[in-house]
Design a protein around this ligand. Sequence first.
Ligand code: NI
Length: 172
Amino acid sequence: MATRPIRMFGDPVLRTRAQEVTEFDAALEHLIDDMLETMDEAGGVGLAANQVGVTKRVFVYDCSHIEEGLRGHIVNPVWEAIGEETQIDQEGCLSIPGVQKDTERFQTVKVSGQDKDGNPVSMVASGLMARCIQHETDHLDGILFLKRLSPELRKEAMAELRNAEWNQEPRG
Ligand code: NI
């Protein structure tokens, strides 16, 4: 296992829709192992493959501080809301360090997909885990959480981004 560099806001791969996984091979297992290690090192609760520059539909998650065993991966995830209830809480992203904003998400979702061997998996999740599923699946569609903010908070976030130390490449 090894960590991989996390792609930062501005990298086109973060705006790219990832492709369905069709080959459940050693390369996929290797990718998942590396993503778990990368997420752990960065202290995140989730990481999508495009955040390490791979446009395959897979994400890893770790909400085990909330519920034991809530750690793993999902390949080709598809979610649907269970009920209409939403939650608003601070959300951040390893690709946008330092920016955290109240973000509205569904409270409870059901996610279905596959594991690394291609077996079907599904889970019903609420709270942080539900937030994670929605955030990470957005990544796989090339969408960042900034897009889910209210216009006011998005303005705030963009101002913070412009001043962020890690985002100081020259701009013309
Ligand atoms: Ni993210």
